[in-house]
Design a protein around this ligand. Structure first.
Ligand SMILES: Cc1cc2nc3c(=O)[nH]c(=O)nc-3n(C[C@H](O)[C@H](O)[C@H](O)COP(=O)(O)OP(=O)(O)OC[C@H]3O[C@@H](n4cnc5c(N)ncnc54)[C@H](O)[C@@H]3O)c2cc1C
Ligand code: FES
Length: 351
């Protein structure tokens, strides 16, 4: 029996084919719900069923307690509708994902610090307690007051993983307190305390348009997380990343770009070089606002993500607006200096 899944409070409806789980049906329609094991064992996809009947299948009590079942919760990775209509609590009034409330102190161990360019290191962190729950595109605050490094925002550069590992791409700022501490003092094996997740630079999983991402330097971090998540869930529209580099030394993540290009027919990464040491045979030269009109005639049908320094973001925004981009579908993350944590509005948070 085919069913309809109704999302509350938006009232949006999704078709669910016979035998499909609620999670699978949502993903097929472009809606994303947090999930991890997809086997009824972790509780990540726990959702309140407000109307209709589901067959919950076999799940672990530690993932869904008997009390939670009685209250109407279910695990959507295993739940199959058994009534014509099943209503579930999902997202905001316009079906945007609800974000996780930030936590103030979350302990992580530094498992690796990898030089990615002469200016950027990748810091890999593993949770010492529970995994930090976040949406791709969000950031954490990292620092150590005792070491003279005030907490600063750093975007998470990977989509959530079952082991909870997170990666940060941190650029050295000349004379910078916290980036200097990360580059010169932070070492593998250290314990660090993060706060987060923060920010609303999250891709709307229901995006149903081609996606264009414009980035420079460590602005690549949130774009990597968003792209990783979108491609993993089988996003079917074209995804283009345009990366601005002064020269070969600035290139980051060419390996992932190559992997995605081979794996996903509609993924395309373009590097445009703004300095003198571009590699031989480089196809694009010049700043993104200059090269964009050669690449796109009209951006009115695109969703655009821009991340990097505030000046870079402003210039790119002006360029995409000039090519007809729809303001509602242009999302930006400016790396403002000494920025405070931005807690998402209460009506976008879970529970
Ligand atoms: C939402 C958000 C996400 C961010 N994500 C990342 C990220 O993923 N990776 C990353 O490397 N950074 C990121 N940043 C920037 C980061 O938070 C810090 O601003 C940066 O690391 C500098 O901090 P600092 O303590 O080293 O320098 P500070 O001690 O704050 O500054 C030292 C001096 O440098 C100037 N300055 C600060 N930042 C810059 C800059 N970017 N360029 C030029 N001059 C600067 C200051 O005005 C000051 O004069 C993000 C910022 C925001 C707001
Ligand atoms: S994703 Fe783990 S219980 Fe559903």
């Amino acid at each position: 029996m085919n069913s309809t899944i109704r999302l509350e409070p938006s009232g949006k409806e999704v078709d669910c084919r016979s035998g499909d789980t609620v999670l699978a049906a949502l993903e097929r329609s472009g809606f994303v719900m947090p999930n991890n094991c997809r086997a009824g064992a972790c509780g990540e996809c726990k959702t309140l069923v407000t109307d209709g009947e589901i067959d919950q299948g076999i799940v672990l009590d530690m993932a869904l307690s008997p009390d939670e079942r009685d209250e109407g919760y279910g695990l959507m990775c295993m739940a199959k509708p058994v009534s014509p209509v099943v209503s579930i609590e999902f997202g905001t009034d316009d079906a945007k994902p609800r974000l996780f409330p930030p936590k103030e102190r979350v302990s992580f161990a530094v498992t690796d610090i990898l030089p990615r360019t002469p200016k950027i290191v990748e810091v890999r962190l593993r949770p010492l307690g529970e995994n930090l729950r976040y949406w791709p595109g969000q950031y954490v605050m990292l620092g150590d007051e005792r070491a003279g490094a005030p907490p600063r925002p750093y975007s998470i550069a990977n989509a959530p993983r079952p082991d909870g590992e997170i990666h940060l791409l941190i650029a050295r700022v000349e004379g910078g307190a916290t980036s200097g501490w990360v580059h010169d003092e932070l070492a593998v094996g250290a314990r660090v305390t993060l706060a987060g997740p923060y920010g609303t630079f999250v891709g709307d999983p229901a995006t149903d348009t081609p996606v264009l991402c414009l980035v420079s330097g460590s602005g690549l971090a949130p774009i990597m997380a968003l792209t990783d998540a979108a491609l993993r869930r089988g996003f079917t529209h074209p995804v283009t990343i345009v990366f601005s580099a002064r020269g070969v030394d600035d290139e980051v993540d060419e390996g992932m770009f190559a992997f995605w290009t081979l794996k996903h027919r509609k993924f395309n990464a373009v590097i445009t070089y703004t300095g003198d040491d571009a590699p031989e045979g480089a196809k694009r030269h010049g700043r993104i606002p200059t090269v964009l009109p050669d690449m796109f005639d009209d951006l009115s049908g695109h969703t655009v993500f821009i991340a990097g320094s505030p000046e870079f973001v402003d210039d790119c925004r002006e360029a995409v607006n000039a090519l007809g981009a729809t303001p509602d579908r242009v999302h930006v993350e400016g790396y403002f200096a000494q920025s405070a944590a931005q807690v998402p509005p209460a009506d976008r948070l879970t529970g």
